[in-house]
Design a protein around this ligand. Sequence first.
Ligand SMILES: C[S@@+](CC[C@H](N)C(=O)[O-])C[C@H]1O[C@@H](n2cnc3c(N)ncnc32)[C@H](O)[C@@H]1O
Length: 272
Amino acid sequence: MIKIQPENYRFLQENIRRQSGIVLDDGKDYLVEARLLPVAMEHGLKTLDDLCTKLRLLSDISLQRKVVEAMTTNETYFFREPAHFEALRAHVIPALLELRRIDQKLRFWSAAASTGQEAYSLAMLLCEMGLESWDIRIVGTDISTTVLDRAAAGVYNQVEIERGLAATLRTKYCTERSADSWEIKPILRRMTTFQLFDLRFNIRALGPFDVVFCRNVLIYFDPITKSRIIEDIRTALKPGAYLFLGGSEVALPVGPGFSRAVASEATFFKSV
Ligand SMILES: C[S@@+](CC[C@H](N)C(=O)[O-])C[C@H]1O[C@@H](n2cnc3c(N)ncnc32)[C@H](O)[C@@H]1O
């Protein structure tokens, strides 16, 4: 395999950071090759250097999008970090039910939704808590249209549907369409919507939310971008709302607008 020229690797680092915020460390040539060579070949290009030449021409927006999408990490599964869902069930939702008992309206945001398992896990939890009569909306957003299309379709293969999801919940909230295909039932899909959204821009336009899950995405950004996004999320929260970050992000400084809380072995943040 022909190795990418160092100046082209630097070009890709800058290009991907500008388009998505994702910081690609030095020496990740193997990762870039594994993810971008298939994109290059799909466009009739033989090497990553050819891909960079084409990207520099700025002539193909769909190629640019595919490059960014290929560099996103979309790993996710149902009820990832179960302590977060237990903290929601036992502490956060009961507190919100009291706080919002007059308008009976709750708004959730899965801020890096990937293929949708996080949003549907939230929907299942809320149904299991008997909140179908409340006005509940869960919005899932992501920078990748490929994963959002999958999230909106709500169709998972056998491996995906079994990852993190108890058999009882699977049979209650999903329909088996064929040997290797399960579909999320309408009761959950009615509560959820998915839309394209880059976390780095105009968060204030979304919301206001009662609960934000922004998990396992800030790790890909530089420190300034991480802090700015956390501060912007705060402006999209209702008073007394909650923010959950991923396990490796929870130690990030969140600023004076949040108080740190620990319950059910989960750490999360409450807007003050
Ligand atoms: C590892 S997944 C996290 C999925 C889920 N939150 C979880 O914890 O299981 C990270 C997601 O962040 C998305 N992402 C990366 N950069 C983004 C950006 N600038 N704005 C919005 N989403 C972004 C990726 O497309 C990817 O689907």
